[in-house]
Design a protein around this ligand. Structure first.
Ligand code: GN1
Ligand code: MG
Length: 358
């Protein structure tokens, strides 16, 4: 792969093959990401997974629109984070389509950047939630319908549950028996679907990030302030409750998403509080009352839904998420369901923070 990149991809970006180092970067589950360094500079190179992103041209076009919008806000002094902007090819395109050899795009590498997998303290959570809020505030006037749906019905819990049902029915690798209790437990969580059906029609469609994982926040390693928000792949129209939800999912647990130390997987209340304070410090004036009401729902839906997606992929033979060992997706699912249960168990305590932020 690395040799192929040197010989066949880098020339499109006008980067010399000789004397250039190419190394794997990040922990994404879908695309392959590389850091490219040569004597004149450095950049992030990505091979887009076209099994997942069927319309990669739409993906790069969306990212470009977001980056242009944010760059303009920066010029007006209305956006304080850096922008991980796309870098054009030699012939001024947003990507190189090499057919069966991949769809490649490049992004600016931000010096001094650093990402984390687990939030260590309230300050880190507050800063990241505020930064994600700032990002959405800056995008509030970007018409969401200008962006294409790169993955239709991406955050659609009922469909995700149907997909789990289908995977369980096919059970093509005879994996169901070992995880049947989880599958049945998912089907018992129907009340969430009702709440969703009632609330979602009342929510505005906005330009959302849709993948606000903690490792999509770049901190400045010199002082751990927030530097930039990355991974604009799934930026498209949606409901902000899911951006809030993905922060709760990935900030609050002291364990990584695939940890098997389930006894320690839980929602840390002070981190949850810091997310509420940070996020609403930027968005309080923008969110409608229904949107504020929806945040708690978004947190529960996202935690349950990602567990459902991991479990479905486990039953389907790990076709979607990259795995690093056998049963990896099952372990991820068990972890995320445990987090979801912790969220439910603390409902009365956690929901108080939505009223304390003013
Ligand atoms: C995937 O590849 P990455 O880490 O950016 C997934 C997200 C999940 C996440 C779980 C396109 O994101 O939806 O929440 O894994 N992205 C896609 O960690 O499915
Ligand atoms: Mg992503």
């Amino acid at each position: 792969m690395i040799d192929f990149i040197r010989q066949s991809v880098l020339p499109h970006f006008n980067i010399p093959a000789v004397g250039t180092s190419v190394s794997f970067l990040g922990n994404g589950h879908i695309n392959d990401t590389f850091l490219v360094r040569w004597n004149m500079g450095e950049l992030v190179l990505q091979k887009i997974n076209t099994n997942v992103f069927k319309t990669p041209h739409a993906l790069v076009s969306n990212s470009h629109k977001i980056a242009v919008h944010l760059a303009q806000k920066s010029i007006n002094d209305e956006y304080q984070l850096s922008v991980a902007e796309p870098l054009l090819t030699q012939d001024k395109r947003l990507a190189v389509d090499l057919g069966e050899h991949g769809f490649w795009r490049a992004i600016k590498y931000l010096a001094h950047s650093h990402s984390i997998e687990v939030v260590r303290c309230e300050e880190e959570a507050f800063a990241a939630a505020k930064a994600f809020g700032h990002f959405s505030f800056a995008l509030r006037d970007l018409d969401a319908t200008e962006l294409e749906d790169v993955i239709p019905q991406f955050h659609h819990l009922p469909n995700r549950i149907i997909q789990l049902q289908q995977a369980a029915e096919h059970d093509k690798l005879q994996r169901l028996e070992a995880c049947r209790p989880w599958v049945e437990w998912v089907f018992s969580q129907q009340s969430l679907m009702q709440e969703l059906a009632e609330l979602s029609p009342r929510l505005p469609l906005r330009t959302c990030h849709n993948d606000t994982k903690i490792n999509n926040m770049l901190y400045d390693k010199r002082d751990m302030s927030c530097l930039a928000i990355i991974d604009l792949d799934t930026c498209m129209k949606g409901h902000l409750m899911y951006d809030f939800g993905d922060m709760v999912r990935t900030f609050t647990s002291p364990e990584e998403e695939d940890s098997t130390v389930l006894d320690n997987v839980h929602v840390r209340e002070p981190i949850f509080a810091a997310i509420c304070h940070g996020y609403l410090s930027e968005l309080d004036s923008v969110l409608s009352e229904d949107e504020k009401l929806s945040l708690w729902l978004g947190a529960r839906v996202i935690c349950l839904m990602i567990g459902v997606r991991f479990l479905t992929d486990h039953l389907n033979g790990d076709a979607y998420f990259h795995i690093h060992h056998e049963n990896h997706n099952l372990e991820r699912a068990a972890n995320q369901f445990t987090l979801y249960k912790s969220l439910l168990a603390q409902e009365s305590v956690l929901t108080r923070y939505f009223n304390l932020v003013h």
